[in-house]
Design a protein around this ligand. Structure first.
Ligand code: ADP
Length: 623
């Protein structure tokens, strides 16, 4: 991954490869035009990879921006008196960005396949508009001929890039600039949040991030890469072709990225190299006539099926294989065993969070006041007229049989679900109907009953995503800042990891964690946001008795100086933790009291045991 590389290694290697390419590739059968064309596709591909490989947004509409940027630059240079090619390129890029913003506003209203379909439809609209209403400007089906080759107007002199080789220098320079900017982006806080959105958009939002804003930002960035590359295409060919707008253009970008590998930034470069080389090779060297597309299609299918992480993924896997052959084997069994048994609570493991922006220490009175809270799903009443209040520093438990409405209640508190009626006041502010990201920003967050983690990222990255919500706010375009340089990030990540006993696993990918560790990370994510009110939805769910004991110890250590509400079915453990308990039944508050009062309450016995009155529900005894 680019984020793990030592500084500038990737940049230097790329620079060397770009210098060597025009001398080496012709010996392998690449024509000079093909080499220049590869760079143009690779530039579009960098933007597309940021969108697809890093953010998980599959767009089939990049041709719209490729065509728009290219046509605008070509129009300036052929239909007006404009002669500065560089400024024309940059203006084309800006126009593509503005168009990308407008398209993004519409397309990003939907996700998944619907998003992809909207991008296809919008690109088709652009194709139509280029051909008909705007043909006076775009040349319609003829395109715009006479686009000049690139130049650099320095005032005292003008450098012309009019030969294949000089054009290569111009294109390679811009490819390199594009790559360096993209590397900075993926190593920035925004870059990490894009991956968070790819892996688990709902959790990214629940951790306080404006995911729509970040998606729109990366959509615009991808459009700008396309627009700039479109401008280069016109200059390379001396003619801006209308087929830049065609669906086939968008399709080729997707296929080249799939061949090269998504999420590496270099995938599109390798993909374009393979794709363009093979199409040249099948058409000219092998003279396959019309069947070349069929053969290319078969090769494409084979590459994508057998190299699931693309060519770059295969190279990286090979590199690790060779290195592992040399390096001593990882003591995997030992780490797995240590991971499986969470460290029991001890005073030595109690670590305070370094910063608590939303510190509520010293405050008293209610932090949360809920009145008349109701949630109906059609005819089904999940919560009905709930009045509920929690004081600063309190540890509250919520119990109730399955279907009592506990999770729905939590979802309304964290603003994941809008109540049908009622009011929620948090820390003196009415938050009813506020978004989940805003609630988290105010200091109210939840750990989930079913883990909601970022599986492809490490423990450190997971905790950083959570901590960034507090440290940077809901939305910040610090695209070119280095992630490790975010003030306060490292201490917050490390102290949270210490709290949930995951310090030794900070650089382990989440997918490799044991279940108990994942549960602790789930709590850690909520903790890393420095909440002033923390909700825990069944933190002990799915744990072995041994893990439960350790986790109760962990929760006790976390509870110091915090306000928490915990839902759990394990009443022995819950009653050990909390000061007061609220019992929900059929969506209503049945009773509220201390654990002792709840244990001996007849209504609770009735609710749990159907009036049988057996001493079964609690080991401690419902005597
Ligand atoms: P608990 O957490 O106490 O088990 P829930 O809050 O999950 O209870 O559910 C309470 C009731 O609301 C259940 O009958 C459940 O089926 C219903 N419910 C929860 N979420 C939805 C939903 N999204 N759509 C329809 N019904 C729902």
């Amino acid at each position: 991954m680019p984020t793990r590389q030592r500084p500038f290694v990737v940049e230097i290697l790329t620079l060397l490869a770009l210098v060597a390419a025009p001398f080496v590739l012709p010996h392998l059968g690449f024509s000079p035009t093909t080499i220049n064309r590869i760079l143009i596709w690779a530039l579009v591909g960098i933007g597309f990879d940021l969108l697809f490989g890093f953010t998980g947004l599959l767009s089939f509409g990049q041709a719209a921006f490729f065509g728009t940027g290219g046509m605008f630059a070509a129009w300036l240079l052929t239909q007006t008196s404009f002669t500065n090619t560089l400024v024309a390129l940059l203006l084309g890029t800006v126009v593509a960005g503005v168009v990308g913003y407008l398209v993004g506003l519409i397309a990003l209203r939907r996700t998944g396949i619907y998003f992809a379909m909207i991008t296809v439809a919008i690109a088709e609209v652009f194709f139509f508009v280029e051909f008909n209403p705007l043909s006076a400007y775009t040349g319609g089906e003829n395109g715009l001929p006479g686009v000049p080759t690139p130049n650099l107007m320095l005032g005292f002199t003008t450098i012309e890039f009019d030969s294949n080789m000089s054009m290569y220098v111009f294109f390679a320079f811009w490819y390199f600039v594009g790559l360096v900017l993209a590397l900075r982006l993926v190593r920035s806080p925004v870059g990490l949040l894009l991956r968070a959105i790819r892996d688990n958009p709902l959790r990214a939002q629940a951790l306080g991030h404006d995911i729509h804003g970040y998606k729109l930002a990366v959509f615009v960035v991808a459009a700008m890469y396309s627009g700039f590359a479109g401008g280069l295409l016109g200059m390379m060919q001396g003619f801006m072709p209308p087929d830049a707008f065609m669906f086939a253009t968008s399709g080729e970008i997707v296929m080249q990225t799939a061949i090269g590998g998504a999420g590496w930034l270099f995938g599109p470069l390798l993909g374009a190299t393979t794709w363009l080389f093979l199409s040249d090779f099948f058409q000219t060297t092998l003279n396959l006539g019309g069947t070349w597309k069929l053969v290319l299609g078969v090769v494409f299918v084979l590459l994508v099926v057998f190299l699931r992480r693309g060519l770059v993924g295969a190279i990286v896997d090979l590199y690790h294989l060779v290195r592992r052959g040399k390096a001593p084997a990882e003591p995997e069994a030992a780490t797995t065993q240590a991971a499986a048994a969470p460290a029991a609570h001890s005073s030595a493991t109690v670590v305070a969070m370094p910063v608590r922006r939303k510190a509520t220490a010293g405050k008293s009175g209610p932090i949360l006041q809920v009145t008349g809270l109701t949630k109906r799903y059609g005819g089904l009443v999940a919560n009905l007229d709930i009045d509920f209040s929690v004081d600063h520093g309190e540890m509250r438990g919520i119990i109730g049989p399955n279907g009592a409405g506990k999770s729905t209640f939590f979802k309304m508190l964290t603003c994941e679900v809008v109540p049908t009626a009622g009011r929620i006041v948090f820390d003196g502010r009415d938050i009813t109907g506020l978004g989940v990201a805003d609630a988290c920003q105010l200091g109210l967050t939840k750990s989930y009953q079913i883990n909601q983690l970022f599986d492809r990222l490490t423990v450190r990255q997971n905790l950083a995503i959570a901590a960034l919500g507090e440290l940077r706010g809901k939305f910040k375009l610090d695209m070119f800042e280095s992630l490790p340089k975010v003030p306060g990030l490292d201490p917050q990540v490390e102290s949270t990891a210490a709290l949930v006993h995951l310090v030794d696993r900070l650089d382990t990918p989440v997918a490799e964690l044991a279940y108990g560790e994942k549960r602790r990370l789930e709590i850690g994510l909520a903790l890393a946001t420095s909440p002033s009110l923390l909700l825990l939805d069944e933190p002990l769910a799915g744990m072995s008795p041994q893990e439960r004991v350790a986790t109760v110890g962990l929760l006790k250590s976390i509870a110091q100086g915090r306000t928490m509400i915990v839902i759990d079915h394990d009443m022995d453990s819950l009653f050990e933790l909390v000061e007061r308990v609220t019992v929900l039944q059929e969506g209503r508050v049945l009773v509220e009291g201390t654990p002792e009062e709840i244990k001996s309450n007849a209504k609770v016995q009735e609710a749990y045991l159907g009036g049988v009155g057996e001493e079964l529900a609690f080991h401690g005894g419902l005597a």
